[in-house]
Design a protein. Structure first.
Length: 184
């Protein structure tokens, strides 16, 4: 069977915010028995993970560098916490403020991806963009979710970063790594 690679496209905050968000992830690992979010760097997903044959890597890099999002650099504001209270897999996240620039960037990437890879379907949940910076998921039980939300629904957090580039990440079997960046 041909080898496949796993990729996604994201905004990555600067080191200070990444450190603060990782601190929240560590809190979930220490106090709510949920550590899976520590496997990826803090980010806002713009194109959800997708698989491509390894031999397509060069073509993917050409697609990525050729994206023309027609978006100027902009500020991403992070404001408090939110959640997806899914019955089996609840998620808790730092909440980015939706702005026209953020929405345009995500839609431009999806449109470009769809033209380049029409055989890979884009689910409704991805088209219905709800930006988030995950701090707990997958191994967060519904019971721990309830406990954590008691604390995090009232917790305050405010930060911002300049979005002047976005990134293509690839999974190497153990962790995600940036393989390319695209300057806005």
């Amino acid at each position: 069977m041909p080898k496949e690679n796993l990729y996604f496209v994201a905004l990555i905050p600067h080191d200070t915010i990444a450190g603060e968000v990782t601190g929240f992830k560590n809190d979930f690992a220490d106090n709510y028995n949920s550590s899976k979010a520590l496997r990826s760097m803090p980010h806002i997903t713009l194109k959800a993970p997708f698989k491509l044959l390894a031999r397509e890597h060069k073509n993917l890099m050409e697609w990525f560098t050729g994206i023309r999002p027609v978006v100027e650099p902009f500020v991403v504001e992070l404001q408090d916490f939110g959640s997806f209270p899914n019955k089996d897999n609840p998620v808790i996240y730092v909440k980015p403020v939706m702005t026209p620039s953020l929405e345009r960037l995500q839609k431009a990437i999806l449109t470009s991806f769809e033209h380049a890879y029409p055989e890979i379907s884009i689910p409704y949940t991805e088209r219905n963009f709800h930006p988030h910076m995950t701090i707990a998921y997958r191994d967060l039980t519904p019971e721990q979710y309830e406990r954590a939300m008691d604390a995090y629904q009232h917790k305050k957090y405010s930060a911002s970063f300049r979005a002047d580039k976005f990134h293509l990440l690839q999974h190497d079997g153990e962790r995600w790594s940036v393989v390319a960046e695209h300057i806005l």
